[in-house]
Design a protein around this ligand. Sequence first.
Ligand code: FBP
Length: 315
Amino acid sequence: MNTNYGMEIVRATEIAALTAARVQGLGDHIDILNQTRLAITKILDRLPINGTMVNDRFSTRPEAFQFPQHLGKGGEDADVMAIALEAYRSAADGRNNSTSYAAIARAGAIQPVPNLNMYKIVVGPKVGDAIDINQPPAVNVKRVARTLRKYTENVTVCVLNQNRHKQLIHEIRSCGARIKLIDEGEISGCLAAIKGEKADIYIGSGYAPEAVFVAAAIRCMGGYFEGKIFYENDRDKKTASEHGITDYNKIFRTEDLIRSREVAIAATGITDGEFLEGVRFTPNGGITNSFVARGETHTYRSLTTNHFFDYKPVF
Ligand SMILES: O=P(O)(O)OC[C@H]1O[C@](O)(COP(=O)(O)O)[C@@H](O)[C@@H]1O
């Protein structure tokens, strides 16, 4: 793409985060989701692109504010993906790990995926392709330990704290590795594993669109991902085929989900999370913490931004 749109889309995730943070903890799950989705849309719609929105998890949820299918003031063709408020219940309840995400890529680069469950394993660039989704969790954890030259006991595995992960958690504990449980917001857990500081590997299942954002992040930051969609019935398979997916045993890797190096991502913390700090309000303003990265150059930036509401007409 001609422009580093990462520097543009981060302004959208910042406004989304400020919007969500204002109503954080008020307990209204749908209101916070919709306010945030509207806010990110307003900013993304100002981009000088002819954008197509891909992979909206809430497109079949009538109670959710619906993203327009086309975005931007006109210009270069591009795919856009927004997860305006990941972990919206956490944000509404005042819990950790909610974040605003956006990605932009060359037109046609972002694979559309159904809103089905996907089992994922994510690691950072130092581990690379040492993992194999067909192997049991303990084997993968030990491979991570060997590659990072750590004791297994010192490997940290990030897992969503959900009932469906009971057996997974048991197997990880049995091999002696450390577990970092998060209640919601698996993208932040995956990004933490890619960065390799708070976690060394993310394992578990959540939604497939989340994996697409993680793949975009890997395109920009390095790392490795394998994922497998769960199909509960023929209807799930039909939904997948409507997204162009007909191999129901397919192991998805980064290149399958983001088919170009021409991609940029942005993320802004809403509540404190595994990857980013949340919004802090100041007298008449707020401070946001964001991350921006670009696939073509692998340049990444951490931004601490001071916002002054008197001078911010959109807000
Ligand atoms: O645990 P569940 O409810 O099946 O959903 C898993 C999904 O929930 C999340 O933790 C939060 O999702 P939301 O953005 O819908 O709040 C995702 O990161 C994950 O993919």
